[in-house]
Design a protein around this ligand. Structure first.
Ligand SMILES: [Zn+2]
Length: 415
């Protein structure tokens, strides 16, 4: 039977790659860095051009943005960047090829590995197998359903008492950030199966509530249709008019919503914050569940990519939270530990300071609503902009290893 399984896996892997890659065949990815307002304005104009899409970060003076250009417009884009003397770097000459080269597997026996990305069914099956294999430790439950009716599976690890402090971790609320759920699953695997007594000891101190797939609809869409899909797949006020669907769920929480020009009011935009706060079922489910465990919540941690950051509240503006020094101290300790296994450098700071205005995030909502928790963090994993969300599969395990090195420091600080 084994060779047949292998063939099946290979076939499915290729099929998925073809489906999502074709859309970007021959497209180039460029990193652009405006240094003047004139260059920034030019990039904003460029973003409206057919065949040009910004996949992360609006153009901002001093910040990197990433642009995908179709083969038809590449020469025009390059000429135009040269004309405005805008700093740019061709980071990927064929995005479609990179998508196809990402190793995507289906494994329905729950036996996944960290040298490939997996589809949603395989991830859910892994969670089921872990819960069946650890009936004394694990409860697999659902905290609600997505817009398209998929379960939002939460894996709870409770050793003994259920009243211990709870560490909450969610991943893949942004659909295309596949590395984030790979790390979420790795953490589950380590907590349940690692022989490391240091890791096992954490189960005596904490209960872990982990939501590996916070946006399953978007995740499936990023596998089958558009690899760069970030949002949910809900209907919005614009869907019937122009077909634009989905909301950036990490701009939809009721925390500084749309303040300071963060997030977008445009339903077709990557960062659309929703027609109102909490329009997204996925966000409501997370908020309601967190509220139900508020008495024991000690840490809120959300996993994302890319950038290599350990980020603290807030995404609103440069005002420092009262706990800033303590949060940064812990983030810096973690960053130093993250660097040890593979030398990767993680920077720390508030979301606003490191990135840009980003109100409406789950972290800021948790920070505002659960002040008794000791820490609220957002992770941005590898890389710093070369592959962006197309992190090659051979970096999954190193990423997981360096995450474990740092998260242990945070767990120690929470004791
Ligand atoms: Zn994200």
């Amino acid at each position: 039977m084994l060779p047949i399984v292998g063939l099946t896996v290979g076939f499915i892997s290729t099929l998925i790659g073809l489906t999502t890659g074709a859309m970007y065949d021959g497209h180039s990815m460029l990193r652009v860095t405006p240094q003047t307002k004139r260059q920034e304005d030019h990039l904003r104009d460029l973003s409206k051009h057919q065949g040009v899409s910004f996949i992360g970060g609006d153009p901002l003076v001093g910040d990197h943005s990433h642009v995908i250009a179709s083969p038809q417009v590449l020469d025009f884009v390059l000429e135009s960047l040269k004309k405005f003397e805008t700093e740019h770097l061709l980071t990927n000459p064929d995005v479609g090829r990179s998508i196809r080269s990402q190793k995507v597997m289906t494994r329905m026996n729950g036996d996944i590995s960290w040298d490939a990305y997996y589809d949603l069914d395989s991830i859910n099956q892994y969670l089921t197998v872990q819960s069946v294999g650890h009936p004394d430790l694990v409860t697999l439950t659902t905290i609600g359903k997505s817009f398209e009716g998929r379960d939002l599976f939460l894996l709870k690890i409770n050793k003994g008492s259920t009243t211990k402090p709870i560490i909450w971790i969610d991943s893949n609320i942004h659909a295309r950030e596949w590395i984030s759920s790979a790390v979420g699953l790795y953490l589950i695997d380590q907590l349940l199966n690692s022989p490391d007594i240091e890791i096992q000891a954490y189960l005596d101190d904490f209960n872990f509530h982990i939501l590996p797939m916070a946006n399953p609809d978007g995740f499936v869409f990023s596998h089958l249709t558009d690899r760069f899909w970030r949002k949910t797949r809900s209907n919005t006020s614009a869907t019937a008019i122009n077909g634009c669907r989905g909301v950036d769920p990490n701009r939809n929480f009721d925390a500084y919503w749309l303040e300071n020009d963060g997030g977008s009011k445009d339903p077709c935009d990557l960062y659309f914050a929703g027609d109102a706060v909490f329009t997204e079922l996925e966000c409501i489910a997370i908020a309601q569940y967190l509220d139900s465990i508020r008495a024991n919540l000690i840490a809120y941690i959300s996993l994302h990519s890319w950038g290599q950051n350990v980020l603290i509240p807030t995404g609103r503006d440069s005002t420092q939270i009262p706990e800033y020094n303590e949060y940064i101290r812990i983030a810096n300790l973690a960053a130093a530990a993250h660097q040890i296994p593979h030398g990767m450098v993680y920077t720390t700071g508030s979301v606003f300071d490191v990135w840009h205005p980003a109100p409406g995030t789950s972290m800021d909502w948790a920070y505002l609503n659960f002040p008794s928790a000791k820490i609220h963090l957002t992770y941005e994993f590898r890389d710093k902009g070369q592959y962006t969300v197309l992190l090659p599969a051979d970096q999954i395990l190193p990423q997981c290893e360096e995450f474990m090195a740092g998260i242990k420091v945070i767990f120690d600080e929470l004791k």
